[in-house]
Structure formats: structure tokens, C-alpha cells
Design a protein around this ligand. Structure first.
Ligand code: GDP
Ligand code: MN
Length: 380
């Protein structure tokens, strides 16, 4: 789960990482009230889960309430790379002497944590990596040893952070590493981490991705989840316990097994169609699961045809066929359904469906033929 900047900053604060005083606002009036409270000048920042807000006009300085009204009015409702701004973060503006970059993430192939530190922050790190790769100092961190202050001090020196910033930065890096590990982050990034003219170091931005696999030990993540602007289809699927990812196309997909579901998307694409979703119903393709899957796909107004692609292994195709019929009695589906059933008990399964076949319930013998049929129906 990705956090908004303001949530990332709240998360950082729990680990003693310095951020600027500020608050969120959903309206221009609220933004002015926050600015009055934290004191001018302030910076008004669009809260969207996408980078490059500065360039898109989503980060503005304001010295008076008039300026806050003007900028907050412009930023609220702004479209930044397809994300509409519904909320701004207003914080006391900082003077910037230097902008640095720091992040921790997982280096999967090497089974270590990877720290990235650069004295050239403020710009996108991908740009630095391309144009000036030597300006990034990489640190592999053994998860069993962690990052101590001595190692952090060496690291800030290697990365050539300014002398006056080094001790504060080293201490901050240790705290950020704690936040990243104990806080179960997949990513903890600060860009820019700044040095002020008064020689203090603190975080101006926060990019945090939480590791959902660790959510069982973080009941406090619920508050972050509450603001998640989730795809309504994905939300519905999650509530039903389905492994679903929403896409933009017109062919709804139901398959058993992640690999088959992926191949199904490919085949649909190959024959000129577009998938509306990825959906793996796994091994438990019973009537309940099938009904839930059909319901979620049916709720998607873009879907024009549904392709059910089942290869029976442990899951028996006759059970799936019964499941489909039972599900169709429970849910009224507005798109035609094309089924390809193969594998264990495929013959029995097809026999169960045969008497029910119609213009809206069609079986095809192969995956390719079924894909063609579903795509033809979707494009009709
Ligand atoms: P991003 O563009 O989405 O990464 O948003 P950031 O939070 O990183 O802000 C973009 C840029 O705005 C930063 O790199 C800074 O140069 C500038 N900025 C952000 N906060 C302040 C501030 O408090 N004072 C000043 N002077 N500039 C700021
Ligand atoms: Mn940034």
C-alpha cells in the first residue's frame, strides 16, 4: 500500500524523523486555517500518490492568506498524471541550502536491503542515475546486522554530503532504516532531504510503500487504508476474497491459476481484444467463488463479454460447471459468457453445461477459439 506524503510524514514522525509542522486541508478555507496556525510562509502540496508534483504545479509557496487561497484553489481539483487532487498538505516553508536524496528498498536477488544516498537530490533519482550515476552511493545492508550509526557516518561521507549535514544526516538515516524495517516498508524514500541555511537537516517529502504481507502486525495501518482511493471493482473483489486486478478493456476474465489467467490476457490481446481484468479464482472454483467472480465482473460497466478459462487439475471441471450454473441462478449477468473447460473431468463438465447452452452461454473447445469468440462478442 502506497501512502500519501502526509501519511508518510506521520509515519516518519513515529520514528523520530524531523518533518515540517503542517496539516491537511480538503478545502481552500481549511488550507488558510492551517496556514494561519503553522505560520507564514507556507508550502501547499497536492496529495496524490504520484511523483513529480512539483513540476506539475502541485507544490506552491504562499506568504499571505490571499496566496494560500489562490494556490490551494488551483491545486484542489488539479489533475496530476490522471490523479485528481482532493486534499492538500500545508506546511511551514523551509529555506533550502541543499537537496539530498535517500531511500531504502529491498534488493531481492541479493537478499539484502538497499540504501541509496545522493548529494544531488530534489530531482528525480532516475535522472541522476542516468546522467550522473557516480552521484549515487549504494549501500547493501545485511538485514541481520542492520544499519548502525558508525556505518551511517561512513556512508554520508562516501556520498559526499556537506560536512555540516553529515552527523544529523547519519542519525536520520539510522532512524529511517528503523522506520523501513520495523515499520515494514517496501520503500522509504525522502526526496528532497534538505540542509537548511541554519544547518539543520530534515525531510521535505515522504514516499512510503507499506508491505501488505506485514499488515497482520500493524492494526494501526487501518487509518491509512481508510483513505485509499481504491478502484471500486478491486475493493468489491477484495471484500469477496478474490485475487482481482482491474484493467481497462472489455473482456472480463475468469481463470484458475495465476499463470493461466496471465496467458488468458495474452491470448485475448493476441486476437484483438482487451482484458477488463485479471482474476485468478485459484483451486477453489466452487459455486460461491464463481458467483462472486461473476458478480465483480458484471459490476464493471465496460465489460461486454466474459471469458471463463478453466483447466481442471485438482479442481474438477464438472464441479466448475455446476458452480457456473448455480452462480447463474444467483446472479443475473448482463454479458454473454464464453467458457473453455479442459482438464480433469472436462467431458463430464461440458455435458453438464450442454443443455444450458445459448446465445449467452457458449462453450468452445480450445482457449484460442474461446478467446476469439469472446472478443468477437465484446467488439460486436
Ligand atoms: P514531488 O515533486 O512530488 O517530489 O514533491 P516534493 O515534495 O519533492 O516537492 C518538489 C520540490 O518543491 C522540492 O524538490 C523543493 O525544491 C520544493 N519544495 C518543497 N517544499 C519546499 C519548501 O518548504 N520550501 C521551498 N523553498 N521549496 C520547497
Ligand atoms: Mn519529492
Amino acid at each position: 500500500m502506497d501512502l500519501f506524503e502526509y501519511q508518510g510524514k506521520q509515519y516518519f514522525s513515529r520514528y523520530g524523523i524531523a518533518v515540517s509542522p503542517g496539516d491537511i486541508a480538503d478545502t481552500v478555507e481549511e488550507a488558510v486555517a492551517v496556514a494561519e496556525r503553522v505560520g507564514y510562509p507556507v508550502v501547499i502540496k497536492a496529495q496524490v500518490k504520484v511523483g513529480g508534483r512539483g513540476k506539475a504545479g502541485g507544490v506552491q509557496l504562499a506568504s499571505t492568506s490571499e496566496e494560500v487561497k489562490f494556490h490551494a484553489g488551483n491545486i484542489l481539483g488539479l489533475d496530476i498524471k490522471g490523479h485528481i487532487v482532493h486534499r492538500v498538505w500545508v506546511e511551514r516553508s523551509s529555506d533550502i541550502a541543499k537537496e539530498y536524496y535517500v531511500s531504502f528498498t529491498l534488493d531481492r536477488p541479493n537478499k539484502v536491503h538497499l540504501g541509496m544516498l545522493s548529494a544531488q537530490g530534489g530531482v528525480e533519482i532516475e535522472v541522476v542515475a542516468e546522467e550522473n550515476p557516480d552521484a549515487i552511493s549504494f549501500l547493501s545492508i545485511d538485514p541481520l546486522r542492520g544499519l548502525d550509526l558508525a556505518a551511517a557516518r561512513k556512508w554520508v561521507d562516501e556520498a559526499q554530503l556537506d560536512e555540516v549535514a553529515q552527523e544529523q544526516a547519519a542519525q536520520l538515516l539510522v532512524k529511517l532504516y528503523e522506520c523501513y524495517t520495523k515499520g515494514d516498508c517496501d520503500l522509504a524514500e525522502i526526496n528532497p532531504l534538505i540542509l537548511t541555511p541554519e544547518n539543520t537537516v530534515h525531510a521535505l517529502d515522504a514516499k512510503v510503500t507499506l508491505d501488505e504481507n506485514a499488515s497482520f502486525r500493524h492494526p494501526e495501518w487501518e487509518e491509512f487504508r481508510a483513505t485509499e482511493t481504491e478502484d471500486p471493482r478491486e475493493k468489491m473483489a477484495k471484500e469477496k476474497g478474490l485475487n482481482y486486478i482491474g484493467l481497462d478493456g472489455t473482456v472480463g476474465i475468469i481463470a484458475n491459476g495465476a499463470g493461466l489467467a496471465m496467458s488468458t490476457l495474452d491470448v485475448v490481446n493476441q486476437v484483438g481484444g482487451t482484458a477488463a481484468n485479471f482474476l485468478d479464482i485459484g483451486g477453489g472454483a466452487n459455486a460461491d467463488v464463481m458467483a462472486s467472480a461473476l458478480e465483480v465482473i458484471n459490476a464493471d460497466p465496460k465489460v461486454k463479454a466474459i471469458f471463463v478459462n478453466i483447466f481442471g487439475g485438482i479442481t474438477r471441471v464438472d464441479e466448475v460447471a455446476k458452480g457456473v450454473l448455480e452462480a447463474l441462478q444467483r446472479v443475473s449477468i448482463s454479458s454473454p459468457i464464453v467458457l473453455r473447460l479442459d482438464g480433469t473431468n472436462a467431458v463430464e463438465g461440458r455435458a453438464i453445461l450442454a443443455p444450458h447452452e445459448s446465445d449467452t452461454l457458449i462453450t468452445e473447445p480450445t482457449m484460442l477459439e474461446a478467446a476469439r469468440r469472446a472478443v468477437a462478442l465484446a467488439n460486436a
